[in-house]
Design a binder for this molecule. Structure first.
Ligand SMILES: [Fe+2]
Ligand SMILES: [Fe+2]
Length: 207
């Protein structure tokens, strides 16, 4: 069932951290999709259904994750840095580490997208490309596992404590505008072959 995605509803503008956490669940699911494909033999041919599912996961990382990283780097982290609460000052090094993770992830995402698109175009990957695809997906999975645990477990709860309602609403409004500039289009629902999860339309809404 196609779904036109876009900005989060206005009712969610006051809870931007919930939206960011929901995006983490989508990142985890799409990483799982990529891991399922990486586990296949290098010379495995992609069928039509496989191509659709792989294309969806690649598209999520290409179109929606950049907005998520910008939400944190441009909207959330700067406000936390300006907070005068003692807990915020103690968390400064964590924010720097998270930004370093983002910087390291970007070229890996670009490489995964390049190789994934090549896989889609040719229907298979050469052994060297497949090996590189596997390495990059594994590196992203490892990085996001620790990164998301830190954000969900420490940084987002801290933000709720030290930021005002007005600041949280401003973050939500910036997130909404960001998605207005980069709206996603219609995304169909597809099961993930060989995987525990299914990609459902709501899970691939930009966040
Ligand atoms: Fe992050
Ligand atoms: Fe995040």
């Amino acid at each position: 069932m196609p779904l036109t995605t876009g900005m989060p509803p206005s009712s969610s503008l006051g809870r931007p951290l919930d939206l960011l956490a929901e995006c983490h669940r989508r990142i985890e699911r799409c990483l799982h999709v990529l891991a399922v494909y990486a586990a296949r033999p290098a010379d495995a041919e992609l069928g039509d259904h496989d191509r659709d599912v792989l294309a969806l996961a690649l598209r999520y990382f290409r179109e929606s994750v950049p907005a998520h990283l910008a939400d944190e780097e441009e909207s959330l982290f700067p406000r936390m840095r300006h907070a005068t609460h003692p807990l915020a000052i103690a968390a400064m090094h964590r924010l720097a580490a998270l930004e370093s993770d983002h910087a390291a992830a970007r070229p890996r995402h670009e490489l995964v997208d390049l190789l994934g698109q090549r896989w889609l175009e040719r229907g298979h990957l050469e052994a060297d490309d497949h090996h590189l695809f596997c390495r990059m997906v594994a590196a992203l999975a490892e990085m996001y596992s620790q990164h998301i645990a830190l954000e969900d477990g420490e940084v987002f709860p801290l933000a709720v404590r030290i930021l005002s309602r007005g600041e949280l609403r401003a973050i939500g409004e910036e997130m909404s505008r960001r998605r207005g500039r980069h709206p996603a289009s219609s995304i169909p629902s597809r099961p993930v072959p060989g995987g525990r999860f299914q990609i459902r339309p709501r899970e691939l809404q930009p966040a």
